[in-house]
Design a protein around this ligand. Structure first.
Ligand code: GLY
Length: 299
């Protein structure tokens, strides 16, 4: 097991535990201190948390709408009705089990229901492990505007189980690798070298030991950036590298082009601009483009 802590001004905000495989002992202590537990997930996430040891808790599961549809006012209304019906209160815990859309929704619910109740994340996608689960950004979409309504609200614990990566479809893995390459380009030349050297073992091989090392480095970068600029007024904006063009591509395609693919394109555009402006040399340009192109998406 590996642990990374997110601290802000020396206060412990979130603990991030990284395990290879699932075992109910990883969370039974956390759960036992709450009177009731509400798990939010999506059908596609195959939620397999085991609460059979936690006899004292009242545990209920809510299946959210698929993909982005869960980040809506209509879905929020259903969630609040469910929580009220089941007497969710300040002694309850909310769990988000899934990828970014689940975690965005659950984090938002946890920040506004009864003015805030505790929550824990189990990110199940590569993207959510290295990015979406960490740093407290929550959001729902409104009037077709993505992430318009949200908050910064950190989960107490983030529990990462690497085995979940093995069942992800290719497109979902690409979403994660786009963010991993982003960290390398904005913050860490050694990480870039490591990706170049090991890329075939990482993808499509999914060598979990090598991937774990990469994931932990990305998490540490995210934790560092968030600890310096929790509310996104300065340094945190560096995490948007490749996303300006990426978001435009996603939006113009009516979100038929995945986030990862759009960010790959966005990073290529940013790399071209950097070369044009003499911010990088031709050799760096070639290395960046060839690492991105390794993922072999339509050019
Ligand atoms: N995903 C970018 C951020 O958390 O700021």
């Amino acid at each position: 097991m590996n642990i990374v802590n997110l601290k802000i001004n020396n206060n412990l905000i979130s603990t991030i535990n990284i395990y290879n495989s699932h075992n109910s002992n990883q969370y039974s202590d956390i759960i036992s201190s709450y009177s009731s537990v509400f798990i939010f997930t999506q059908k596609s996430c195959s939620m397999d948390l085991d609460f059979s040891n936690n006899n004292n808790n009242f545990i209920k599961t809510f299946i959210l709408k698929d993909r982005e549809s869960c980040k809506s006012i209509d879905q929020l209304r259903e969630i609040f009705d469910f929580l009220i019906l089941n007497k969710c209160n300040k002694d309850s815990l909310i769990i988000g089990f899934g990828g970014g859309t689940v975690l965005d929704t659950v984090g938002f619910v946890a920040s506004v229901y009864m003015r805030g109740i505790s929550h824990v994340f189990f990110p199940t996608t590569l993207l959510s492990m290295v990015d979406a689960a960490i740093g407290g950004k929550t959001a729902i979409n409104y009037n077709n505007i993505r992430n318009l309504i949200g908050s910064i609200n950190h989960p107490k614990h983030i529990i990462i189980i690497l085995d979940y990566l093995k069942s992800l479809p290719k497109e979902e893995l690409l979403n994660g690798f786009a963010e991993i390459i982003k960290y390398a380009l904005i913050l860490d030349e050694n990480l870039f070298n490591e990706l170049e050297e090991n890329i075939q073992d990482l993808y499509p091989q999914l060598d979990i030991n090598k991937l774990e090392h990469i994931i932990i480095q990305c998490i540490k970068h995210k934790v560092h950036v968030v600890s310096k600029d929790e509310y996104d007024y300065g340094l945190r904006r560096i995490l948007n590298f490749g996303h300006t063009v990426g978001h435009a591509i996603e939006s113009c395609s009516n979100y038929n082009i995945s986030h990862g693919l759009a960010v790959f394109y966005g990073m290529k555009v940013a790399t071209h601009i950097s070369l044009e402006l003499n911010k990088i040399d031709k050799d760096s340009y070639n290395r960046i483009i060839s690492l991105i192109d390794y993922f072999n998406f339509p050019k």
